[in-house]
Design a protein around this ligand. Sequence first.
Ligand SMILES: [Zn+2]
Length: 149
Amino acid sequence: MAASVGDCIFCKIVRREAPASIVREDGSTLAFMDIQPMNPGHVLVIPKAHAAYVEDLPGEAVGPILEASTEISHALRTSGIRCEAVSFYLANGREAGQEVFHVHMHVIPRWRGDGLGLRVRTDRGHLADRKELDSLAAKIRAAMGRSAG
Ligand SMILES: [Zn+2]
């Protein structure tokens, strides 16, 4: 069940009705510290407009999320916080690990041996069949209403 704008915790943060340690704000995005960080310095970047999924956002609201995330990534690397690399992670749907149904990009400081990572299937690493890749690409193109090339 998707939360309505009224009881969405991230909308409450946008309205300053819930506490947050704010990192960055612009006209369409807000960034703040994750209250359950995967590593110290873990930031969430959200659109100010409520939308459960990326696809529900107006087009002009999508790009600024990555722009804000990029600026924060650069800052993390120079902040003095332990950060050898940065993961951007956006869970788009429950089965992808989304827990708060207001779009949010995780920006997470990483270092060698930090123990984080996507769990992958044991058969990952075999080269996919080209016919299968072409077939999957065709389905995605068709869904977008785009032709090949
Ligand atoms: Zn919301």
